[in-house]
Design a protein. Structure first.
Length: 231
């Protein structure tokens, strides 16, 4: 039997073939890690696919949210340029179609302002309350909306509710003056001069150690003098 030639095609092919070591082996990774990857290949593939899906979905959602915010802001701007019934309709469109966006909150506030101008105080209070319920107490709008609610109640002659709202307003940073003055004013409107006097005196007492507007101080003192004379 003749010896196989080194130039035989099959012989060359057999000697040339080397079993591939794989990408993991070529990366010089620790053997334990390579074994783990190979043993959990299917799980890792599924996990990788899920991660890609989450990233893609997150990207699409972010794009959708950005577009929605831009659309809501554009619609709010257009609605503010409208007048009368058209303005109300446009603002309501923003509220209904872009709920959860800052533009929808501002549209509700503007609807509340318009209701106040039309003396629809109950409706105004509803708008203000809905917006306030959607924000945190640390939001700068919280105090402003609380003040607006108290004003709507006072204008609607819901004195008991207004008094409670103004009383709560006293504890909100930046609205102490509005709280005390509003509460005392409501009590006077109810004819409860003694209670109003007590509120004015309490209010004046908070001025101690603070720099206050001299004109405001004189006004409070005059109210105290007037109510004291009626006792």
């Amino acid at each position: 039997m003749s010896e196989r030639s080194a130039f035989d095609q099959n012989h060359v092919a057999e000697n040339a073939y080397v079993e591939p070591s794989g990408v993991l082996d070529q990366l010089n990774l620790p053997p334990g890690f390579v074994k783990f990857v190979r043993n959990n290949k299917r799980i890792l593939q599924i996990s990788g696919t899920l991660i890609v899906i989450v990233v893609v979905v997150g990207s699409l959602y972010q794009s959708y949210r950005t577009g929605r915010l831009e659309d809501s802001a554009s619609n709010l701007s257009l609605s503010m340029n409208a007048e009368g019934a058209d303005r109300i309709k446009a603002l309501e469109h923003v509220v209904d179609n872009y709920s959860g966006t800052p533009s929808a909150l501002w549209a509700s506030v503007e609807l509340g302002h318009m209701a106040m101008k039309d003396k629809a105080y109950s409706k105004a209070k509803q708008y203000y309350s809905e917006v306030r319920d959607d924000i945190s107490t640390s939001n700068p709008m919280y105090g402003l909306l609380s003040f607006a609610i108290a004003q709507a109640e006072e204008a609607d002659k819901l004195y008991s509710q207004a008094s409670a709202s103004y009383s709560a307003l006293k504890a909100i940073d930046g609205y102490k003056d509005e709280g005390f003055m509003g509460m005392a004013r409501v009590l006077e409107a109810e004819g409860k001069n003694k209670e109003a006097l007590a509120v004015y005196e309490e209010y004046l007492g908070t001025f101690l150690g603070e720099e206050q507007n001299s004109q405001l101080t004189r006004m409070i003192q005059q109210k105290i003098t007037r109510l004291s004379a009626q006792e």
